[in-house]
Design a protein around this ligand. Structure first.
Ligand SMILES: C[S@@+](CC[C@H](N)C(=O)[O-])C[C@H]1O[C@@H](n2cnc3c(N)ncnc32)[C@H](O)[C@@H]1O
Length: 197
């Protein structure tokens, strides 16, 4: 059901300006599904697939089950082979911790859709904070594992985002939380830009 939701959302996101960002690729399943859908709808956008390829990082107090290092049983080569079997070439793989190690490579891009599937609070928070200002109105962030006991940090993070301005936060009972950008933040005046208030 979650894969199907991504499949459907890609078709809608493809009408917006921007690429797709996935952080938390593991063996490439969801990223390749999104790339295939982009290809089918005739979009020129790419899917940037970001993973450490050595497992989960930044586990902390909010995360009851993850300790770090899980899901290391994959490789960039595994994902490239899966992409070839899907007959898609609209992907780019960024290897390392995102955003810390790799975000500078895509700093100036805009993203219509972001799939955050990293299992723990701090990683997900850093990714969300990086991508949100790079999304147009209508941009969509999908958090995997919302509401799952093993990923308590993801549930906590999304719950903290409820009520944020310029967004609608939805809990889909399939284990996704979805945040849609509804407006851009107000522009700062020249005075605020210069004096910071
Ligand atoms: C549950 S798996 C992803 C599953 C995948 N979406 C699928 O389709 O099967 C979580 C992945 O997140 C990666 N990860 C966690 N935090 C990360 C971060 N900050 N930067 C890059 N990769 C990260 C881990 O290496 C792991 O492969």
């Amino acid at each position: 059901m979650r894969a199907y939701e991504l499949w459907q959302l890609v078709e809608q996101a493809a009408r917006l300006p921007g690429d797709i960002l996935e952080v938390g690729v593991w063996r490439g399943g969801t990223g390749c599904i999104m790339a295939k859908r982009l290809q089918i709808v005739g979009s020129e956008a790419k899917v940037f697939m970001c993973d450490t390829f050595c497992g989960v990082v930044k586990a902390g107090e909010a995360d009851t089950r993850y300790v770090g290092g899980e899901h290391a049983d994959t490789s960039e080569e595994y994902v490239r082979n899966l992409a070839a079997s899907f007959d898609v070439d609209n992907i780019e793989i960024l290897t390392g911790i995102f955003p810390d190690d790799t975000a500078h490579q895509i700093e100036d891009r805009q993203f219509a859709l972001c799939h955050i599937d990293v299992d723990v609070y701090e990683s997900a928070l850093h990714i969300f904070d990086w991508v949100w200002p790079r999304m147009p109105v209508g941009g969509i962030v999908v958090f995997d594992d919302y509401g799952f006991p093993a990923c308590s940090g993801i549930t906590q993070l999304v719950n903290e985002k409820r009520g944020m301005s310029g967004a609608v936060v939805m809990h889909n009972l399939n284990g996704h939380a979805v945040i849609v950008k509804t407006e851009l933040p107000p522009q700062k005046t020249a005075f605020q830009r210069i004096f910071g208030r």
